[in-house]
Design a protein around this ligand. Structure first.
Ligand SMILES: NC(=O)c1ccc[n+]([C@@H]2O[C@H](COP(=O)([O-])OP(=O)(O)OC[C@H]3O[C@@H](n4cnc5c(N)ncnc54)[C@H](OP(=O)(O)O)[C@@H]3O)[C@@H](O)[C@H]2O)c1
Length: 148
């Protein structure tokens, strides 16, 4: 849901103690032009503060939703797109990594939840390329390591 609905959704969700919460929500302003939280915190960390007993992991928010079906259709190919995720709880990160694999991405563990401070602005770059370019929004990314 949109960031502006988080409080309402959490109220409806009830007690999330011990539950794994996988969030793709970006902390965007009402007209979706800017992040309302950045640099010193992130939407994922703000969410985790709202539900301190839940196991929050940030995942899926770094690609446009339009690409998900194509990635799933290509899931048996050897070369898969990356998808970063981050969180402070090992169990929820395992769940998120499996969901990411199930969709057809190669999960990339980016570290603790505070790394969402970097992944959330990164998504604005992805959105720029996806929605302001001429080639359509079906965009994913892949990290490659060299050396070693
Ligand atoms: N779309 C993308 O490519 C993309 C990429 C990265 C991150 N995100 C993030 O993903 C989130 C959702 O984006 P979206 O594009 O999927 O939005 P969307 O298509 O507008 O869907 C919003 C969803 O939130 C639900 N919702 C709205 N208000 C609610 C409430 N008060 N209580 C319970 N459910 C409520 C809606 O349910 P109903 O249909 O029943 O109203 C709908 O399923 C946003 O935070 C966005 O920043 C999206």
């Amino acid at each position: 849901m949109h960031w502006s609905r988080v409080d309402d959704v959490l109220t409806r969700a009830g007690d999330l103690s011990g539950k794994v919460v996988v969030s793709c929500s970006l902390p965007m302003n009402a007209d979706d032009t800017d992040l309302v939280i950045a640099h010193t915190s992130s939407g994922a960390e703000a969410l985790a503060k709202r539900v301190p007993k839940a196991r929050v992991v940030s995942a899926f928010g770094t690609v446009p939703s339009e690409v998900l079906f194509d990635v799933f259709a290509a899931r048996r190919k050897a070369t898969k797109p990356s998808l970063v995720y981050c969180g402070d709880d090992a169990r929820s990160k395992k769940v998120a990594a499996q969901l990411i694999r199930d969709v057809g991405f190669d999960p990339v563990d980016a570290g603790p939840l505070r790394i969402a401070r970097y992944t959330e602005p990164f998504t604005l770059l992805i959105a720029q390329l996806a929605y302001e370019g001429d080639e359509g929004p079906e965009l994913a990314y892949r990290f490659e390591r060299f050396g070693g």
